[in-house]
Design a protein around this ligand. Structure first.
Ligand code: PMT
Length: 223
């Protein structure tokens, strides 16, 4: 992509997995390494954007030169994103946010007791859905991590969460999804498939995706 495509735009990217605490030494998380979101933040920076990166648990370090804020839980990620929501032009939710968290977080380490133990979970805030509801001028991109019926679920998420684009990845496919340096994605909008990307590096996917977004934002601005 050309440098300068996102010049003057404020872009918020979320990355990594959230951490939902059970007690001071235990938590629930997922396999997100942070690579996909970090690639997007880096590419947006290279395209001239003012980037805010909000990231959870990751396996790699955030890219240099972007304003990066570490968070833990879905709730914290939501609050961090909200601080920048009004002033942002483009928000990309590549983070793997936990759908449920422990109903209570114990303040001291939970002791071993009986042979079984039950952990009660409650729903977390759906950040993308909340953003979709309060969207005004922002261009909103969500991801969909699926293991089957990728297209059906991706389109459903796009509508339900009022995103402008959804990037679907079949996380069971070889060379795609969590942890790898490559991904295989399909980008959807309201009308259907926008672009199918074969196995590509996360860096290349980030550049393509941002070029699509920049084009759409320009069109919207010219209308
Ligand atoms: O980090 P990597 O190892 O590079 O892996 C990349 C990735 C597989 C994590 C990434 O490509 C990806 O698919 N991210 C989204 C993972 C996910 O949470 O998918 P989902 O289908 O559960 O959620 C759909 C969308 O809603 C996502 O944009 C997610 O950020 C958002 N969401 C979900 C739940 C929630 N409580 N709040 C949200 O905002």
């Amino acid at each position: 992509a050309e440098p300068g495509l996102l010049q003057g735009k404020k872009v918020v990217v979320t990355s990594g997995g959230t951490i939902e605490r059970i007690d001071p030494v235990r938590y629930i998380t997922n396999d997100s390494s942070g690579k996909m979101g970090f690639a997007i933040a880096k590419a947006a920076r290279e395209m001239g954007a003012d980037v805010r990166l909000i990231y959870g648990r990751t396996d790699v370090a955030p890219p240099a030169g972007v304003d990066a804020e570490p968070v833990q839980s879905a709730e914290e990620m939501y609050r961090a994103v909200l601080k920048h929501w009004e002033s942002s032009d483009l928000v990309i939710k590549a983070a793997a946010v936990a759908d449920y968290r422990p109903a209570e977080t114990a303040s001291s380490k939970i002791k071993k007791k009986g042979d079984t133990m039950t952990l009660e979970l409650v729903k977390t805030v759906d950040i993308l859905e909340e953003l979709g509801k309060s969207k005004t001028h922002q261009f909103l991109i969500g991801f969909a991590a699926e293991t089957h019926d990728v297209e059906t679920y991706a389109k459903d998420k796009l509508r339900r969460k009022n995103a402008d684009l959804i990037v679907a990845n079949d996380v069971t496919a070889e060379g795609a999804g969590f942890r790898s340096d490559t991904n295989i994605v399909q980008v959807f909008d309201e009308a259907g498939l926008v672009e199918q990307m074969p196995v590509m590096s996360k860096d290349d996917i980030a550049r393509r995706l941002l070029a699509i977004a920049a084009g759409r934002m320009k069109e919207a601005g010219n209308r």
